[in-house]
Each structure stands twice: as C-alpha cells, then as structure tokens.
Design a protein around this ligand. Structure first.
Ligand code: MSP
Length: 530
C-alpha cells in the first residue's frame, strides 16, 4: 500500500459501475455488499473512506435496451439508476459517491484523459473486423465462442460480425511495462489464481483494442472525430476518476486526482478482470498517471449449484430476498458463506439454516438467556465486577484477548468467512461455558461472585463480537449494543469513532461494572422457509 496515504489513513475503493440494461441482480448486490463491508471495516479503524459505486450507462447494449422499451436512453438510465439506489439503501450500503457515466462532468474528464492519450501518439485509426458480444461489450476471438457462435458468458446471445473503421488504443506498446509492473507489484492482482490468469494472457502478446464506434450514438463523441463515439469500456473505466471530485470542484483531471487518487482497491467480478488488470493500467500509463494499488476479482454466484440466468428462469431477486429476510441476514450469508475469490452458491434452505444457527441461536439466544439470568440472579443490574476479576485461565478471556488481532488479519486479507469463523468461535465458547459452569446451580449454592463472573465473561464476549461484526451486520450490532446498555449507531461512523473507537472497543474487558442493561428482547427472529 502507498505509505504516505497509509499515514494519512485514507482509503478509496470502488465497486464496478453496473450496466443499466436491467434492474440490479444478485451479482451486483454481492460485489456491493463486500465493498461495503470493507469500507465499514476501514471506517471503524478510523480511516477516512471513499466508497464509490455507480452505473455504466453508454454503449450499444443500453442503447438497444432503451429502444426496445420505447424510451430515450437517458430516461431509461435514470429509471434504472433509481432502482440501484433503492437497492443500496435497502441493503444498507454506505456509499459515498455514485458515479454515472452519462453525467456532464464525466464527459469533461473523459475528454481531457483522451487528449492526454492522444498526445502520447497512442491512438490511431484502423479497420476493426471481428466478432462482438454486445452483452459483454467486447470483441471476442473465434476460439472464445461456442461452435454456434455464442459467447461463453452470454449463451443466449449470438456474437455479431463487425467490419468498420475504429480508433485503436496502442495496448501492445505497454506489454513490457505492464509485465514489469506486475513483477514489481505482486499484490496488484488478487487472488493469486487471477493474477496467474492475467500473466498468462499478457504473455501471449497484447493486441491493440478499438476505443471508438461508428454506429452507436449513445456515448460521448470522440474529441478528435465526432463521427465516432467513445467505446463504452474506455469511458466506463474513467468513471472511477470523475467521482473523486468534490461536488464543488471544477471537473478537471488535476482536481479529480488531487485527493483520493490512486484508488486503493477495485473490487470486481472475475469476468471483467482483463479490463481492470490489463487495459486500465495501460490506459493510465499512457496518460502518465499512477496506478491503483489493487484489483481483486471475486468469483461467481450460482443458485442451487446452477449458473443463474433469465433464460434458465432461476435468477435470485435481491429485492425479494431483503424483503423476506432483512438486510443483515442477506449480508451475513454472502459474506460468511462464500470465500471471497471463489465461486459460491445460494441455496435457500442453507441460507435459513445458517442464519438460524448463527444469528438466531448461537448469538441471539445467548444474549437473551444471559440477560434473563442477569435479571434473575443480579437483581437486574449488570455484574458488579470487571474483567480483572476473571481468572487468566478463563476460556472466554483467552479467546477474547486474541480475537481482534485474528479478526483483523482475516479482514485485511479479505477473508471474511474466516473473520466470521473467529468471531463465532468466541460465541460458541460462551454457550459451552454457560452450560458447563451452570450459573443456575452456582446461584442456588449462593456463589454470587462466581455467578457474576460467568455472566460478565459472556456479556463482554457478546459485546466484543457485536463490535467486530458491525461492518457485516450493522443493525444487528446496534441492537446488541443497545441491549447491553450502550447508546450507539454503527451507521454513524463519526459518532462511533468518537465514542466507541476501535483501539478501545476491540480490547477484551471493556464492559463496565454495574452496567445499566436493557430488557432482553430477541435480536434476530428465527427465519422460516417459505
Ligand atoms: N459495466 C461493466 C463494469 C464496468 S466497471 C468500470 C459490467 N457491468 S455488469 O453489470 O455486467 O457487471 C457488474 C458486476 O457484476 C461484475 O463484477 C460481474 O462480475 C458481477 N456479476 C454478474 N453476474 C454475477 C454472478 N452471477 N455472480 C457474481 N457476480 C456476478 O461488467
């Protein structure tokens, strides 16, 4: 990571800019949830964070979709953008900027960037012949198509033959520079398997790619030749730069790059790796700009083990899922169940079982019965002691003292499933500890101090777990903290940094003596299968 910026504690990250050919699907929701977890984790640590998401609105695919609906493209885009924003609100996504590639400010940035590349002599006119997949907005090699001429990702759409004059970007010129960059920055492409994929692709020899279209009106005109529009991907990648501008700044490249550039992390799906790990750095090299720190390509989601698709009739509607189960449940499942970087599956029975086991039973019941015992055995007051009175061999203290370090390691390497496992190892240890130490019989034996020690250990563990879970399930963490007698909103980052700072709250033993606890209420209702 860029050293200077690490000292200033700034972190900028992006989701892809989603195509607006349709309302958002679970794939877009997945990337955005993960990006939000990272952003929240960094904010919790006191970083100043810029989370960028947005929409990729130009090109043939969007133009055709709008036409098929009898709408002008801008009106169509506006409509779909509303759907994205609604979904992000429902999913509790804490984005800072929403980048729209059809915006006027973006056009200014694209123009200026194009000019820089043009001045480098990296753009030239030539004839483009080849097979084009409109859904990918990408030319394909014959070997990348099925025998019938379909693209392997969009198996319901035939690739189209194009033979037209286009402007090209001299990607081939950057072959060696790119290879050297990958060598010097082994962390640039992650995970390792994707890095290898890119290295193999580049090794085969890079070909220049066309960056203009003649028969697509829905795009920015090429500054040097308005008969052409700029290729949607050239324009879209620059959609990561425009939103770096503060709203009151003049839309110039210099302004846009002055605060947040270079971006620390581009989070994307594996299908768009080449654009981000090869084309984008080469474009930036040509414009003589520093490159982003990291591109992480996550895997694809399947449903019940099968590829999802409209034609297969097995899509998973994120709106419906949130409506039925709530945002925290959806966020928890995808973060905990899927190892980031690997493909993952959604199965509704497993979804319900995991949430009931982890959030309703292990965590929810634990808090509920512990608060119930506090009411019964401690006259409703929190235990009258602090962590110092727990033995050094107390099993919860042992796990709790190491937890934040372990969770931090997993979170920093984007292994969120590992982070959840660590957190729940403490929660499961609590359940075991209660069963084994049986506070109800300690109470009967009038061993009040021992009773309070057990209850203290559990309350403190639940608090710590809730704090560390807050980037994943912020509202659930709110409810837990509130029942534990704290006034906090994990969606209000400034307040959390001020009153519940990371360095302090991730220490074991922060639960105060004699805390004023709230009445126990279920924090997560058991889910039912439809
Ligand atoms: N517009 C481009 C990105 C431009 S970025 C400057 C694009 N958009 S997209 O809407 O088609 O895809 C957005 C993201 O959704 C991609 O990261 C893609 O990998 C992801 N997913 C699409 N289907 C998916 C699954 N089934 N599973 C997981 N993610 C998938 O590409």
């Amino acid at each position: 990571m860029n050293e200077n910026r690490a000292n200033q504690k700034k972190f900028a990250l992006t989701t892809p800019l989603y195509y607006v050919n349709d309302i958002p699907h679970i794939g877009s929701a997945y990337t955005t949830m993960i990006a939000d977890v990272i952003a929240r984790w960094k904010r919790l640590q006191g970083y100043s964070v810029l989370l960028i998401t947005g929409t990729d609105e130009h090109g043939q695919k969007i133009q055709r979709t709008a036409e098929s609906k009898g709408l002008n493209p801008q009106a169509h885009c506006d409509r779909i953008v509303d759907e994205f924003k609604t979904l992000w609100d429902k999913l509790n996504i804490s984005y800072d900027r929403f980048s729209r590639t059809s915006s006027e400010r973006h056009q200014d940035i694209v123009k200026e960037f194009f000019q820089r590349v043009w001045e480098q002599g990296d753009i030239y006119l030539d004839q483009q012949k080849g097979w084009y997949c409109v859904a990918c907005e990408e030319f394909k090699e014959q070997r990348e198509l099925t025998e019938e001429g379909y693209c392997q990702i969009h198996t319901n759409l035939k690739a189209e033959w194009k033979d037209e004059e286009n402007y090209f970007f001299r990607l081939s010129k950057y072959q060696e520079k790119l290879e050297e960059f990958y060598r010097l920055n082994p962390e640039f492409i992650q995970p390792e398997s994707r890095r290898n994929e890119v290295l193999n692709f580049v090794k085969q020899g890079l070909q220049d790619f066309s960056i203009s279209r003649v028969n697509v009106d829905w795009g920015f005109p090429l500054p040097s030749d308005p008969n052409h529009t700029i290729y949607v991907w050239f324009d879209a990648l620059l959609g990561y730069i425009t939103p770096l501008l503060n709203p009151d700044q003049e839309p110039t490249l210099e302004n846009a790059l002055s605060i947040w550039w270079p971006i620390n992390l581009h989070l994307i799906g594996k299908d768009i790796l080449r654009f981000h790990a090869v084309y984008w750095p080469a474009m930036l090299m040509s414009a003589q700009l520093p490159l982003p720190d990291r591109v992480f390509g996550h895997g694809f989601l399947t449903k019940d083990g099968q590829k999802m698709g409209k034609s297969l009739g097995n899509t998973l509607d994120p709106f419906d899922l949130i409506y039925r189960y709530g945002a925290d449940a959806v966020r928890y499942y995808f973060v905990k169940e899927i190892e980031l970087g690997k493909d993952g599956d959604f199965n509704e029975t497993r979804f319900v079982n995991i949430l009931n086991a982890d959030l309703a039973n292990d965590l929810g019941n634990l808090l509920n019965r512990t608060l119930g015992m506090v009411q019964k055995y401690c006259n409703g007051n929190g235990p009258q002691l602090t962590s110092d009175s727990l033995d050094e061999n107390n099993p919860l203290k042992i796990i709790g003292q190491q937890l934040s370090e372990r969770v931090s390691e997993s979170m920093e390497s984007l292994q969120f499933n590992g982070a959840c496992e660590e957190i729940f190892s403490l929660i499961r240890a609590c359940n075991k500890y209660i069963d084994e130490s049986a506070p109800w019989s300690l109470f009967k034996q009038k061993k009040q101090t021992e009773v309070e020690q057990v209850l203290y250990g559990v309350l403190e563990s639940v608090r710590l777990a809730a704090y560390l879970l807050s980037p994943i399930t912020p509202n659930l963490s709110n409810r837990i903290y509130q029942q534990l007698g704290f006034c906090v909103d994990f969606n209000d980052f400034e307040l959390v940094n001020q009153n519940f700072p990371f360095q302090d709250q991730t220490q074991w033993g922060k639960f105060p003596a004699n805390q004023n606890l709230s009445k126990p209420e279920p924090i997560f209702s058991k889910l039912e299968l439809p």
